[in-house]
Design a protein around this ligand. Structure first.
Ligand code: OOG
Ligand code: MG
Length: 262
Protein backbone atom coordinates (compact mmCIF):
# COMPACT_ATOMS: atom_id res chain seq x y z
CA UNK A 1 0.00 0.00 0.00
CA UNK A 2 1.45 3.36 -0.90
CA UNK A 3 1.76 6.23 1.48
CA UNK A 4 -1.00 8.77 1.91
CA UNK A 5 -0.62 12.16 0.29
CA UNK A 6 -0.81 13.63 3.77
CA UNK A 7 2.25 11.69 4.93
CA UNK A 8 4.18 12.54 1.75
CA UNK A 9 3.54 16.23 2.47
CA UNK A 10 4.47 15.90 6.13
CA UNK A 11 7.79 14.23 5.31
CA UNK A 12 8.54 16.83 2.62
CA UNK A 13 7.80 19.52 5.25
CA UNK A 14 10.46 18.08 7.55
CA UNK A 15 13.09 18.05 4.81
CA UNK A 16 12.11 21.53 3.65
CA UNK A 17 12.45 22.93 7.16
CA UNK A 18 15.80 21.22 7.74
CA UNK A 19 17.03 22.82 4.55
CA UNK A 20 15.72 26.33 5.23
CA UNK A 21 16.84 26.30 8.88
CA UNK A 22 20.15 24.64 8.04
CA UNK A 23 19.56 22.21 10.86
CA UNK A 24 19.96 18.48 10.47
CA UNK A 25 17.05 16.23 11.41
CA UNK A 26 16.78 12.55 12.34
CA UNK A 27 16.24 10.21 9.41
CA UNK A 28 12.61 9.69 8.39
CA UNK A 29 12.82 5.89 8.80
CA UNK A 30 13.26 6.24 12.56
CA UNK A 31 9.51 6.80 12.87
CA UNK A 32 8.54 5.43 9.43
CA UNK A 33 10.53 2.20 9.17
CA UNK A 34 8.26 0.93 6.39
CA UNK A 35 9.09 3.82 4.02
CA UNK A 36 9.58 2.14 0.61
CA UNK A 37 11.72 3.29 -2.27
CA UNK A 38 8.58 4.34 -4.17
CA UNK A 39 7.27 6.28 -1.17
CA UNK A 40 10.66 7.97 -0.91
CA UNK A 41 10.70 9.04 -4.57
CA UNK A 42 7.21 10.52 -4.00
CA UNK A 43 8.67 12.62 -1.15
CA UNK A 44 11.60 13.64 -3.38
CA UNK A 45 9.15 14.71 -6.10
CA UNK A 46 7.21 16.78 -3.56
CA UNK A 47 10.40 18.49 -2.30
CA UNK A 48 11.35 19.27 -5.92
CA UNK A 49 7.79 20.41 -6.78
CA UNK A 50 7.97 22.98 -3.99
CA UNK A 51 11.29 24.32 -5.26
CA UNK A 52 9.84 24.65 -8.76
CA UNK A 53 6.87 26.50 -7.27
CA UNK A 54 9.39 28.91 -5.71
CA UNK A 55 10.94 29.64 -9.10
CA UNK A 56 13.54 26.97 -9.82
CA UNK A 57 13.62 24.54 -12.73
CA UNK A 58 14.94 21.01 -13.20
CA UNK A 59 18.21 21.21 -15.15
CA UNK A 60 19.37 17.62 -14.89
CA UNK A 61 19.74 14.55 -12.74
CA UNK A 62 22.33 12.77 -10.65
CA UNK A 63 23.24 9.26 -9.71
CA UNK A 64 24.25 8.44 -6.17
CA UNK A 65 25.84 5.58 -4.30
CA UNK A 66 27.07 3.96 -7.50
CA UNK A 67 30.74 3.62 -6.49
CA UNK A 68 31.93 1.06 -3.96
CA UNK A 69 33.89 3.79 -2.12
CA UNK A 70 30.67 5.77 -1.61
CA UNK A 71 28.60 2.73 -0.65
CA UNK A 72 31.15 1.75 1.98
CA UNK A 73 31.39 5.31 3.32
CA UNK A 74 27.61 5.72 3.63
CA UNK A 75 26.71 2.13 4.56
CA UNK A 76 24.12 1.95 1.75
CA UNK A 77 24.77 -0.27 -1.25
CA UNK A 78 21.78 0.60 -3.40
CA UNK A 79 22.29 3.12 -6.23
CA UNK A 80 19.82 6.01 -6.13
CA UNK A 81 19.02 9.05 -8.24
CA UNK A 82 18.07 12.64 -7.63
CA UNK A 83 17.16 15.82 -9.47
CA UNK A 84 19.38 18.82 -10.20
CA UNK A 85 17.69 22.20 -9.84
CA UNK A 86 18.70 25.55 -11.30
CA UNK A 87 19.38 27.02 -7.86
CA UNK A 88 21.95 24.29 -7.24
CA UNK A 89 24.26 25.29 -10.06
CA UNK A 90 27.26 26.98 -8.47
CA UNK A 91 29.45 29.06 -10.80
CA UNK A 92 32.94 27.71 -11.39
CA UNK A 93 35.59 29.69 -9.52
CA UNK A 94 33.21 31.44 -7.10
CA UNK A 95 33.79 30.67 -3.40
CA UNK A 96 30.88 28.88 -1.78
CA UNK A 97 29.47 30.27 1.44
CA UNK A 98 29.15 27.72 4.23
CA UNK A 99 26.33 29.76 5.85
CA UNK A 100 23.85 28.23 3.44
CA UNK A 101 24.87 24.65 4.23
CA UNK A 102 24.65 22.22 7.17
CA UNK A 103 27.73 19.95 6.92
CA UNK A 104 28.81 19.88 3.26
CA UNK A 105 31.00 17.25 1.65
CA UNK A 106 32.50 17.23 -1.83
CA UNK A 107 32.94 14.42 -4.35
CA UNK A 108 34.44 14.28 -7.85
CA UNK A 109 32.23 13.17 -10.76
CA UNK A 110 32.19 12.85 -14.54
CA UNK A 111 29.44 15.03 -15.97
CA UNK A 112 27.44 14.51 -19.17
CA UNK A 113 25.67 17.21 -21.15
CA UNK A 114 22.92 15.39 -23.00
CA UNK A 115 22.15 16.58 -26.54
CA UNK A 116 19.26 14.28 -27.41
CA UNK A 117 16.41 12.94 -25.29
CA UNK A 118 17.22 9.50 -23.89
CA UNK A 119 14.24 7.34 -23.15
CA UNK A 120 14.12 3.70 -22.04
CA UNK A 121 13.66 0.84 -22.01
CA UNK A 122 17.00 -0.87 -22.78
CA UNK A 123 19.09 2.30 -23.14
CA UNK A 124 22.70 1.13 -23.61
CA UNK A 125 26.14 2.65 -23.12
CA UNK A 126 26.31 3.25 -26.90
CA UNK A 127 22.94 5.06 -26.81
CA UNK A 128 24.21 7.31 -24.03
CA UNK A 129 27.45 8.10 -25.81
CA UNK A 130 25.68 8.96 -29.04
CA UNK A 131 23.15 11.20 -27.25
CA UNK A 132 25.92 13.01 -25.35
CA UNK A 133 26.78 16.49 -26.53
CA UNK A 134 29.87 16.82 -24.32
CA UNK A 135 31.48 15.59 -21.12
CA UNK A 136 33.31 17.50 -18.44
CA UNK A 137 34.47 17.10 -14.85
CA UNK A 138 32.57 18.33 -11.84
CA UNK A 139 32.37 18.46 -8.09
CA UNK A 140 29.15 17.71 -6.28
CA UNK A 141 28.64 19.45 -2.94
CA UNK A 142 26.34 17.17 -0.99
CA UNK A 143 24.68 18.25 2.26
CA UNK A 144 22.48 15.60 3.82
CA UNK A 145 19.58 17.04 5.74
CA UNK A 146 20.06 14.13 8.19
CA UNK A 147 22.23 14.31 11.29
CA UNK A 148 25.66 12.74 10.75
CA UNK A 149 24.75 11.79 7.14
CA UNK A 150 23.02 8.81 8.75
CA UNK A 151 20.38 7.38 6.41
CA UNK A 152 18.93 4.33 4.66
CA UNK A 153 18.35 4.20 0.89
CA UNK A 154 14.74 5.40 1.36
CA UNK A 155 15.83 8.33 3.54
CA UNK A 156 18.46 9.56 1.11
CA UNK A 157 16.08 9.23 -1.86
CA UNK A 158 13.47 11.36 -0.04
CA UNK A 159 16.20 13.93 0.63
CA UNK A 160 16.86 14.28 -3.12
CA UNK A 161 20.02 12.20 -2.57
CA UNK A 162 21.72 14.88 -0.40
CA UNK A 163 21.90 17.26 -3.40
CA UNK A 164 22.97 20.83 -2.61
CA UNK A 165 25.26 22.32 -5.27
CA UNK A 166 27.22 21.25 -8.31
CA UNK A 167 30.19 22.90 -10.00
CA UNK A 168 31.39 21.96 -13.47
CA UNK A 169 34.58 22.81 -15.30
CA UNK A 170 34.01 25.10 -18.29
CA UNK A 171 36.32 22.86 -20.38
CA UNK A 172 34.20 20.35 -22.26
CA UNK A 173 35.22 17.41 -24.44
CA UNK A 174 33.41 15.24 -26.96
CA UNK A 175 33.19 11.59 -25.91
CA UNK A 176 34.76 10.43 -29.16
CA UNK A 177 38.35 9.25 -28.56
CA UNK A 178 37.82 9.10 -24.78
CA UNK A 179 37.51 5.91 -22.76
CA UNK A 180 35.61 7.32 -19.79
CA UNK A 181 36.09 4.11 -17.77
CA UNK A 182 39.85 4.68 -17.82
CA UNK A 183 39.83 8.40 -17.09
CA UNK A 184 41.87 8.68 -13.90
CA UNK A 185 41.54 11.40 -11.31
CA UNK A 186 43.21 12.85 -8.25
CA UNK A 187 41.31 14.55 -5.45
CA UNK A 188 43.24 17.11 -3.44
CA UNK A 189 42.37 19.12 -0.35
CA UNK A 190 44.52 22.22 0.04
CA UNK A 191 47.09 20.73 -2.31
CA UNK A 192 47.27 17.42 -0.47
CA UNK A 193 46.32 14.27 -2.37
CA UNK A 194 43.47 12.50 -0.54
CA UNK A 195 42.05 10.02 -3.10
CA UNK A 196 42.54 8.59 -6.55
CA UNK A 197 40.02 6.80 -8.76
CA UNK A 198 38.98 6.18 -12.36
CA UNK A 199 35.71 6.58 -14.26
CA UNK A 200 35.02 2.85 -13.98
CA UNK A 201 34.30 3.36 -10.26
CA UNK A 202 30.72 4.39 -11.16
CA UNK A 203 28.97 1.17 -12.27
CA UNK A 204 31.90 0.00 -14.41
CA UNK A 205 31.61 2.92 -16.86
CA UNK A 206 30.08 6.38 -16.35
CA UNK A 207 27.92 5.95 -19.47
CA UNK A 208 26.55 2.68 -18.05
CA UNK A 209 25.49 4.65 -14.98
CA UNK A 210 23.69 7.18 -17.20
CA UNK A 211 22.06 4.32 -19.16
CA UNK A 212 20.84 2.79 -15.88
CA UNK A 213 19.39 6.18 -14.92
CA UNK A 214 17.50 6.44 -18.24
CA UNK A 215 16.08 2.96 -17.70
CA UNK A 216 15.04 3.68 -14.09
CA UNK A 217 13.40 6.94 -15.17
CA UNK A 218 11.54 5.04 -17.89
CA UNK A 219 9.97 2.81 -15.24
CA UNK A 220 8.63 6.00 -13.66
CA UNK A 221 7.33 7.37 -16.98
CA UNK A 222 10.23 9.82 -17.34
CA UNK A 223 13.24 10.34 -19.59
CA UNK A 224 16.59 12.13 -19.62
CA UNK A 225 15.77 15.33 -21.47
CA UNK A 226 17.87 17.11 -24.11
CA UNK A 227 19.99 19.80 -22.48
CA UNK A 228 20.18 18.04 -19.11
CA UNK A 229 23.34 17.86 -17.09
CA UNK A 230 23.93 14.41 -15.59
CA UNK A 231 26.25 13.87 -12.63
CA UNK A 232 27.20 10.22 -13.10
CA UNK A 233 28.06 9.39 -9.47
CA UNK A 234 30.81 10.24 -6.99
CA UNK A 235 34.00 8.31 -7.81
CA UNK A 236 35.69 8.51 -4.38
CA UNK A 237 34.47 8.80 -0.81
CA UNK A 238 33.24 12.37 -0.22
CA UNK A 239 35.47 14.75 1.75
CA UNK A 240 34.24 17.40 4.22
CA UNK A 241 34.24 20.98 2.93
CA UNK A 242 35.72 23.17 5.66
CA UNK A 243 35.84 26.98 5.77
CA UNK A 244 38.90 28.39 4.03
CA UNK A 245 39.80 25.16 2.30
CA UNK A 246 40.04 24.42 -1.40
CA UNK A 247 39.12 21.06 -2.93
CA UNK A 248 40.37 20.26 -6.43
CA UNK A 249 39.76 17.29 -8.69
CA UNK A 250 42.11 16.82 -11.64
CA UNK A 251 41.06 14.35 -14.33
CA UNK A 252 42.99 12.85 -17.24
CA UNK A 253 41.71 14.45 -20.49
CA UNK A 254 38.96 16.43 -18.72
CA UNK A 255 41.00 19.08 -16.89
CA UNK A 256 40.32 20.17 -13.35
CA UNK A 257 37.63 21.74 -11.20
CA UNK A 258 37.86 23.33 -7.74
CA UNK A 259 35.69 24.66 -5.00
CA UNK A 260 36.71 26.98 -2.17
CA UNK A 261 34.64 27.47 0.95
CA UNK A 262 34.28 30.74 2.84
C1 OOG B 1 24.19 10.51 -0.95
C2 OOG B 1 24.50 11.07 -2.32
C3 OOG B 1 25.46 10.19 -3.07
C4 OOG B 1 27.00 10.05 -5.06
O1 OOG B 1 27.49 10.63 -6.04
O2 OOG B 1 27.33 8.91 -4.71
C5 OOG B 1 25.98 10.80 -4.31
C6 OOG B 1 25.24 10.87 0.06
O3 OOG B 1 26.35 10.31 -0.01
O4 OOG B 1 24.96 11.68 0.95
O5 OOG B 1 25.63 11.87 -4.73
MG1 MG C 1 27.18 12.68 -6.10
Amino acid sequence: MSMTQELTMALADRLDLACSRRTAIGRLTIDHPGLSTDDAYAVQDEVVRRRIERGERVVGAKLGLTARAKQVQMGVDQPVFGQLLSGGIHPDGAPISLDQLIHPRVEPEIVFRIGERLTGPRVSRADVLSATESVTCGLEIIDSRYADFSFTAADVIADNTSAAFVVTSPDTQTVRDLDLALVGLMLEVDGELVSTAAGAATMGHPADAVAALANWLFERGQAIEAGWLIFSGGLTAAVPLAGGSCITATFASLGSVSVTAV
